[in-house]
Design a protein around this ligand. Structure first.
Ligand SMILES: [Zn+2]
Length: 120
C-alpha cells in the first residue's frame, strides 16, 4: 500500500482552487461522514466542500471533482428546488453538471498525467 499522506489529493485540490480563484472561493476539508462521499454548501462569500475522510485517495479526488462540478454548475434555480422537489437528485446531476464534471475530469487527467484505462 502507498503511504496515505493524500499528497496527490492535496495537489489536485490546490490546482483547482487556484484555477477558479478569480470566480469562486473554495474551502475544502476532509471530514468524518457516515455515508456521503462528498457534499458542498454555498456560503455567503465562498463554497464549503466536504469530502469523507474514510475514502481512499483516488476516491477522495473523484468525490472532490464531483462536488466541484456541483459548485461550478450551481444556480438559483437549483437552490430553489432544494427540499421541495422530489426530482432534486436528477436536477442536481443534470447535463449541465455532467459537462462540468467531464471538463474537470479531463483537466485533472491532463494536468496530473493520469492514464485512463478502458475495456470498451
Ligand atoms: Zn452529486
Amino acid at each position: 500500500m502507498a503511504k496515505k499522506d493524500y499528497g496527490k489529493y492535496k495537489q489536485v485540490v490546490s490546482f483547482f482552487k487556484k484555477k477558479y480563484l478569480s470566480s469562486i472561493k473554495l474551502k475544502v476539508r476532509r471530514v468524518p461522514r457516515k455515508t456521503m462521499d462528498g457534499s458542498f454548501i454555498k456560503q455567503k462569500t465562498f463554497y464549503s466542500v466536504y469530502i469523507n475522510n474514510s475514502l481512499v485517495e483516488d476516491s477522495a479526488i473523484d468525490a472532490f471533482l464531483h462536488e466541484l462540478a456541483h459548485v461550478l454548475s450551481w444556480s438559483a434555480k437549483l437552490e430553489h428546488a432544494y427540499g421541495e422537489n422530489e426530482d432534486y437528485d436528477d436536477t442536481l446531476h443534470d447535463s449541465v453538471w455532467g459537462i462540468r464534471y467531464a471538463e474537470l475530469y479531463r483537466m485533472y487527467t491532463k494536468e496530473f498525467a493520469i492514464k485512463t484505462t478502458h475495456n470498451g
